[in-house]
Design a protein around this ligand. Structure first.
Ligand code: SAM
Length: 223
């Protein structure tokens, strides 16, 4: 019994490994977050397989159905809409449940926005802290306060309509001088790295209407 966790592109459809394509062609069932979205990738690489949805709202009955695939001797691959499954994407519950019935979990590594943003940021990457998406309401201030003393580079995801608010909150909680990089539309036509201090970017985004996908890379204290 095998479950392959397959990384897919984060924008540029060329960013997929040979092994990922071979694996998706070889398995019996592909579990996808959004089956229609994934068809674009699967069509491009001539992958014609049974595709079953598995997403954050998939309940226990869906999980049981997927576990039955393994029990029937089928091999499955899990993909998400972009990047690496499990990284701010569904995977955890399925991996846990699959491990419980003795399924072997095999990673097929590839793109993730975390590293595509961190590596070119110019900020220290010998150690870093990944926070996923910050809490929207409850717990948000606690996380932001904790960043004031954080010495490691911090990476987190943010939706475009919250960028301006987050920058203003960062100025309040970590101060205007902290180094920051916004990585936008990674691997896509409008890829952009906006580097500066929290104060500079906060001022910039008061008049700019952010569009696309963003990763925030925040320098640590004392950097
Ligand atoms: N599993 C994905 C990964 O490995 O990076 C992350 C999925 S998470 C639901 C989606 C968030 O990742 C977006 O809101 C954005 O913050 C970030 N992201 C994904 N693709 C991106 C890209 N091409 N450029 C910038 N950020 C991206």
């Amino acid at each position: 019994m095998k479950l392959y966790i397959v990384s897919t592109p984060i924008g540029n459809l060329g960013d997929i490994t040979f092994r990922a394509i071979e694996t998706l062609k070889a398995v019996d069932v592909i579990l996808a977050e959004d089956t229609r979205h994934s068809q674009i990738l699967l069509k491009k690489y001539d992958i014609d397989k049974q595709v079953v949805s598995y997403h954050s709202h998939s309940g226990n009955s869906k999980l049981e159905k997927i576990l039955d695939f393994f029990k029937e001797g089928k091999e499955c691959a899990l993909i998400s809409d972009a990047g690496t499954p499990g990284i701010s994407d569904p995977a955890y519950s399925l991996i846990q449940a699959a491990l419980e019935i003795g399924v072997e979990i095999i990673p097929i590594p590839g793109a993730t926005a975390i590293l595509a943003a961190l590596v070119p940021s110019g900020l220290p990457m010998n150690q870093f802290l990944y926070l996923g998406f910050l809490p929207i309401k409850k717990g948000r201030q606690t996380v932001l306060k904790s960043l004031a003393d954080e010495e490691r580079t911090v990476v987190f995801y943010e939706s475009p309509h919250r960028i301006a608010k987050t920058l203003s909150q960062l100025e309040e909680f970590v101060g205007a001088q902290r180094k920051i990089v916004l990585a936008r539309e990674l691997t896509k036509i409008h890829e952009e790295f906006i580097r500066g201090t929290v104060g500079e970017l906060n001022a910039m985004f008061k008049t700019r209407n952010p569009k696309g996908e963003f990763v925030i890379v925040l320098g640590g204290l004392n950097y």
